[in-house]
Design a protein around this ligand. Structure first.
Ligand code: IPE
Ligand code: IPE
Ligand code: MG
Length: 236
């Protein structure tokens, strides 16, 4: 019996390489990447995952050409619209992490709409990380803390728990497993705080090639890990 991670985060990487490897333009890879995101969302929901965080656009991805950025934004909008029926059928609650204010107004509206309309659903929660950076989330949390801070409680007493209450989704448990496709061994600024004790699984497969079996393999691999959280394994 496999232990299904409560929360899985995915760095969906390799769309560009998938396309250029086939002589196609990079945007074609993003289109296929979107299809993979839908497949894996369905697979995770079927497997009983409770939280799935999808890294769709980082705070650094604005460095790309305006054509590519514009295409990704339009895909995100399309995803939110087209996935709505799927969310209803599977009672999926859509949530958000990232700097919402830095996104185009129409995308903000679409995200807020989807979040509102799915807020009562009790199935898997899909957290879309868009214009997301781990460092940015920490800085935004610090700003929220500073704005809400009462002079009676000295900051020198601040605990990790106090601080994490100002992160984007403090009610969501830390990811148990972080998957990265396309073979890079780095976080690229994903869930820096929350991922402190996440298990990492790097797959060589490019994101558009991901199927349910790849997710199952990642979970199988996760089941072989000893999660020590800095302690020692219990040898009863
Ligand atoms: C991931 O694929 C999608 C985003 C970062 C938006 P890439 O576009 O980074 O694909 P590669 O890494 O260039 O292959
Ligand atoms: C990370 O991939 C961001 C997303 C998958 C959204 P990148 O392709 O942007 O990361 P780097 O540039 O290879 O570190
Ligand atoms: Mg990449």
């Amino acid at each position: 019996m496999q232990d299904i991670p409560l929360h899985i985060g995915i760095i969906m990487d390799g769309n560009g390489r998938w396309a250029t490897g086939r002589g196609l333009i990079r945007t074609q890879g993003h289109l296929e990447g979107l299809k993979a995101a839908k497949r894996i969302t369905k697979a995770a929901s079927d497997l009983g995952v409770k939280y799935l965080t999808l890294y769709a656009f980082s705070t650094e991805n604005w460095k790309r050409t305006s054509e590519e950025v514009g295409f990704i934004m339009s895909l995100i909008k399309q995803y939110l619209k087209s996935e709505f029926d799927f969310s209803i059928r599977n009672r999926i609650r859509v949530r958000f992490t990232g700097d919402m204010e830095g996104l185009p107004a129409d995308i903000q509206e679409e995200i807020l709409d989807t979040m509102r309309q799915t807020s009562g659903f009790d199935g898997m929660q899909v957290v879309l990380a868009i214009n997301y950076g781990g460092r940015d989330e920490i800085v935004r949390a610090f700003k929220k803390l500073a704005a809400n801070h009462s002079p009676e409680t000295p900051l020198t007493d601040l605990t990790e728990k106090d601080f994490s209450a100002f992160l984007d989704n403090p009610d969501i448990p830390d990811p148990d497993l972080i998957i990265r496709s396309a073979g890079e061994y780095r976080t690229s600024n994903f869930l820096l705080w929350e991922g402190a004790y996440s298990e990492f699984y790097i797959s060589q497969k490019l994101w558009p090639d991901w199927e349910k079996t790849d997710l199952e393999e990642a979970i199988e691999n996760y089941n072989k890990r000893d999660r020590r959280f800095g302690g020692i394994v219990n040898v009863a």
